[in-house]
Design a protein around this ligand. Structure first.
Ligand code: DAH
Length: 341
């Protein structure tokens, strides 16, 4: 005759290896072990035959057995409930259906990188409208009507209002900042700009810029250079060389364009740098006194620097994208290449 302990051990094994192949199996299990005339009840009935001195141990054993039977049942029951009411059971060990991972747009990645570098230097982000009036896009930037510098940028005019344009550069945000904010100001202004250009690999009717502006007492060209050196090192890595070439912008004096040593060939000469070893990345200069005066700022007391860079250009250098059109075609074969960046 099997002892109670041995009986329980046998049933425990049965329970542990139990694996139903459907709801009917599970119900049979319930009736067999947990039903009104089931094994758990039956074994509990045996308690009365256990000698008094063994009752405590036997009670613990029985309780553990009951819990095992119940939890095994619950485990399969919840599986059963989660599967469709249909007869068929899903194979829960199958791998899930893969969901394609999205990507951030490379221009946005670059823009965020630019912004975060300048944020570390204490610049804050400012934005302005894409439909801009003549004053903020041109006149206040030292480009009065009929100024030849307006021809540097082919402008889209808004037909219904001759005073409105699609902004040709983010320098318009500089104007809005100087108009509304207390000095000193230190801002970085990312945004989309528009020019009336025929679309090709190297030109587009819209693209993106990031403008920087710092106006305070005693701001010098040395501050501008140091700020931009820091930017270049953070963006393109230690050892990237920089050179400034004198240039002309109506809103800065003196003005310069900044080149960096080609990050692809290291200066030896390649397609990106057109075999010169250098690539231009931005325009910059000291804010023109006329521009400060336009906003009631005394150029004898305050000075500032400004710079503007093309986000497409920086992205092109970072990822060797050689056709501007790719950025706005939404071709997933292009966009997928930036997964994980
Ligand atoms: N606005 C100029 C452009 O679109 C870029 C630029 C040059 C911005 C010099 C500046 C600057 O702030 O100082 O070509």
């Amino acid at each position: 005759m099997l002892t109670l302990k041995e009986q329980i051990a046998g049933y425990e094994q049965e329970i542990n290896t139990f694996s139903p192949s459907g709801a009917a199996d599970l119900e049979a299990f319930r009736i067999k072990f947990l039903g009104a005339k089931g094994i758990v009840k039956m074994i509990f009935g045996e308690m009365k035959n256990v000698p008094v001195d063994q009752k405590k141990e036997a009670g613990q054993l029985l309780n553990a057995f009951k819990v095992l039977a119940e939890s095994r049942f619950e485990q399969f029951k919840s599986l059963e409930d989660s599967v469709d009411k249909k007869e068929s059971r899903e194979d829960l060990s199958l791998p899930g259906t893969p969901l394609p991972m999205g990507t951030r747009h490379p221009l946005r990645v670059t823009e965020q990188k630019i912004v975060s570098i300048f944020e570390k230097l204490g610049f804050s982000v400012a934005t302005g409208p894409e439909i801009e009036d003549d004053w903020h896009n041109f006149t206040s930037l030292n480009m009065p009507e009929n100024h030849t510098a307006r021809d540097m940028q082919d402008t889209f005019y808004v037909q219904t209002n001759p005073d409105w344009v699609l902004r040709t550069h983010t320098s318009s945000v500089q104007a809005r900042i100087l108009e509304t904010q207390q000095l000193p100001v230190r801002v970085i202004c990312p945004g989309r700009v528009y020019r009336n250009e025929t679309i090709s690999a190297r030109a587009h009717c819209f693209f993106h810029q990031c403008e920087g502006l710092y106006v305070d007492k005693n701001v010098s060209f040395a501050d501008l250079k140091q700020t931009l050196y820091y930017f270049v090192t953070e963006m393109f890595g230690e050892g990237t060389k920089v050179r400034f070439r004198p240039s002309y912008f109506p809103f800065t004096e003196p003005s310069a364009e900044m080149d960096i040593s080609c990050t692809v060939c290291g200066g030896k000469g390649c397609n990106l740098c057109k075999h010169t070893g250098w690539v231009e990345i931005l325009g910059c200069g000291m804010v023109h006194p006329n521009m400060l005066r336009n906003f009631g700022i005394d150029p004898e007391v305050y000075s500032g620097f400004a710079f503007g860079m093309g986000v497409e250009r920086i992205t092109q250098i970072r990822y060797q994208v050689n056709d501007l059109r790719l950025y706005s075609q939404n071709d997933v074969r292009f966009l997928r290449q930036f997964q994980g960046i």
